[in-house]
Design a protein around this ligand. Structure first.
Ligand code: ZN
Length: 200
């Protein structure tokens, strides 16, 4: 038995209920979810909410973001833990983008390892663009205020000669796809990384 817990915020009416929601998976292999990323956990929670028609209690929208996900009280996303795990740097790295929007002002900040290799950053930024384009379009419902936070990690695969990237965390509220991709592209420019027009 596994207990998932999470918080919600509505992308439609911009409200959260402040309640920690939980559900239990009875028939599961315990180890299967313990070391999952929050992004994988988020997809599991979204699926469970869809199957059970759980919607925002204020506006009844199903366009709700889920975050702060724990499995049996183990937080799936923990920036400090990632910083410890990837403290050795180059062959195993993590990288985070945060975009805050307040009216006409968009502010971008980054986190992760300091000594990132260009090859890692290229794969990381490509992965971010891919995920942004894969997500349901209503994830990007536009508001005056918004936040986008994405964290990825990866290790170098010597067989494939490239970094294999996994998504640790994904959150978006209030921003358009264009606003987000512009932010990611500006980073590519800053780090002098060329992202093909079609990285997919
Ligand atoms: Zn709502």
């Amino acid at each position: 038995m596994l207990v998932f817990s999470y918080n919600v915020g509505c992308r439609n009416c911009f409200r959260g209920d402040g309640i920690q929601h939980t559900f239990t998976i009875l028939d599961s292999n315990e180890t299967e979810y313990t070391y999952t990323t929050e992004y994988e956990g988020m997809n599991i929670v979204e699926e469970v909410r869809r199957e059970n028609d759980i919607t925002c209690q204020f506006c009844n929208s199903d366009n709700v973001e889920v975050f702060d996900i724990s499995v049996d009280n183990y937080r799936l996303y923990d920036y400090e833990r990632l910083a410890d795990t990837y403290s050795f740097g180059e062959l195993h790295s993590f990288f985070m983008i945060n975009i805050d929007k307040e009216g006409n002002t968009i502010e971008l900040s980054t986190g992760g390892n300091l000594n990132l290799r260009a090859e890692f950053l290229e794969e990381a930024l490509k992965k971010m663009l891919i995920i942004v384009r894969e997500r349901p379009i209503d994830n990007f419902k536009l508001h005056q205020k918004g936040n986008f936070l994405m964290c990825v990690s990866g290790g170098y695969d010597f067989d494939k000669n490239r970094y294999i990237i996994q998504v640790e965390k994904f959150r978006t509220v209030g921003l358009s796809i264009r606003e987000i991709t512009k932010g990611i592209e500006s980073l590519a420019l800053k780090y002098n990384i060329e992202i093909p027009d079609d990285p997919f």
